[in-house]
Ligand binder design. Structure first.
Ligand SMILES: Nc1ncnc2c1ncn2[C@@H]1O[C@H](COP(=O)(O)OP(=O)(O)OP(=O)(O)O)[C@@H](O)[C@H]1O
Ligand SMILES: CC(=O)N[C@H]1[C@@H]2OC[C@@H](O2)[C@@H](O)[C@@H]1O[C@H](C)C(=O)O
Length: 384
């Protein structure tokens, strides 16, 4: 059996709501022991800086460029992650020496798979120096060098989790993991262990942008606002007829690939209701590209806390004879799954194991990736 390593994973996702941090012990293969996890919300001021960073990033043509505010935001973002790690270690009575490696996602500020360009802010060397722990960062780039979409990367972790699910959940029909973050993505794990994965559509970002613009709040808690609205069929159709769903080639999404409705399109409630439906319907529509129909959808990410999204998803899946459960009903942590995945991926990177596969990102062959930074200042790309 391969050696077990202790890893911390750090995720700052496309919702830009904060840092998720989680501990896993794993051999980077099928054995995963999940440890404590924590979420640290960004304050409104830093969220505004991140939004500005996304705008500044639109002029990037080479992934090492940091125009406008980007260099300063990258520094601040990294120091916030370092604080998060120190605090997490303290709260869990751990020392830096207890941790073999940190998997650091950083913040995606630009993702253009058609131009093989993906940019995550996050200074791995600085984080290693600050924490005294080895850090693997920049795990998407090598996939793109080999023709992949650079996302999603979580599927290999979903497959490891699927192997540990209770048999009644997945032995007869395939399980599909769904992550409803800012963008949604799904991973099909066949009964024979085959993985197929891709981004499935807008997640919470459109809803967040809509309620922020029209009610001044960051998200629709529990789907309360949506619960008072009705689905506007024309508006929903406008989203669901986007070439993203009708094209045959699967492509990964940038946060800005879909725009929120304009003010005159709907009332606050109807807009929130329609966008919740769009999120659910996009997942089911995208599932049509899977090799087999799902038996069960296991949902993680903040969108599972929006009751209207979950109700719509359950109704649409029921029509397809599938069931929908939140990750917790499968004994998993729906808030921490991405952070756990980044810890798991960091261990795989250190071991030189593939992070992505033709069936997940469209990469030409299974490839590893990531850049390893030691606290002493050494840096090594994987593969060299
Ligand atoms: N209680 C809640 N009720 C409804 N929605 C919620 C709730 N809590 C969080 N959310 C939604 O979930 C979002 C955050 O989800 P999550 O942290 O999974 O996304 P992310 O990791 O940033 O994105 P991605 O997976 O695309 O990188 C919030 O922006 C909000 O829209
Ligand atoms: C470029 C980028 O950051 N993509 C994210 C985003 O958020 C969800 C979806 O779009 C997914 O493709 C990916 O994150 C997940 C964690 C992944 O790579 O698996």
């Amino acid at each position: 059996m391969a050696e077990m390593k202790t890893a911390i994973g750090l995720m700052s996702g496309t919702s830009m709501d904060g840092i998720d941090i989680a501990l896993v012990r794993t051999d980077g293969r099928d054995t995963v022991e999940r440890g404590p996890a924590q979420g640290i919300a960004y304050d409104a001021k830093f969220r505004t800086r991140l939004k500005q960073a996304l705008e500044d990033a639109t002029s990037i043509t080479r992934r090492d460029q940091r125009p406008g505010t980007l260099a300063a935001v990258e520094n601040e973002l990294t120091l916030r992650h370092a604080d998060a790690v120190r605090n997490f270690l303290n709260e869990n009575n751990l020392q830096p020496a207890d941790i073999d490696v940190i998997g650091f996602h950083g913040q995606t500020v630009l993702h253009r798979p058609d131009a093989a360009l993906t940019v995550q802010l996050g200074d791995g060397a600085l984080l290693a120096h600050e924490t005294g722990i080895a850090v693997v960062h920049d795990m998407r780039a090598n996939d793109m060098v080999h023709g992949g979409q650079g996302a999603p990367l979580i599927p290999v972790y979903h497959a490891a989790l699927a192997a540990g699910l209770p048999a009644h959940l997945h032995s007869k029909r395939p399980v599909v993991f769904v992550n409803i973050g800012g963008i949604s993505n799904l991973t099909f794990v066949g009964t024979d262990g085959r993985i197929v994965a891709y981004d499935s559509g807008p997640g919470n970002t459109l809803i967040d942008q809509w309620v922020e613009a029209h009610a001044g709040i960051p998200y629709d808690q529990g789907g309360m606002i949506a619960s008072e609205g009705r689905v506007l069929a024309d508006l929903a159709d406008r989203y669901l007829s986007n070439p993203f769903f009708t094209g045959t080639r699967r492509r990964s999404l940038d946060r800005n690939d879909f725009s929120p409705p304009t003010g005159g399109d709907a009332s606050l409630e109807d807009g929130a209701r329609t966008l919740a439906y769009v999120t659910a319907a996009a997942i089911l529509k995208s599932s049509g590209h899977l090799p087999e129909r799902a038996g069960i959808y296991v949902v993680c990410g903040g969108g599972r806390l929006n009751r209207i999204i979950m109700r719509d998803l359950a109704e649409l899946a029921f029509a397809d004879e599938a069931t929908v459960i939140a990750a917790e009903e499968a004994g998993l942590n729906g808030d921490a799954m991405e952070a756990e995945a980044w810890g798991y991926l960091a261990v795989r990177s250190v071991e030189g194991l593939p992070l992505t596969f033709p069936g997940t990102t469209g990469v030409t062959e299974p490839v590893t990736g990531g850049v390893l930074n030691t606290p002493g200042g050494a840096t090594r790309s994987n593969p060299d």
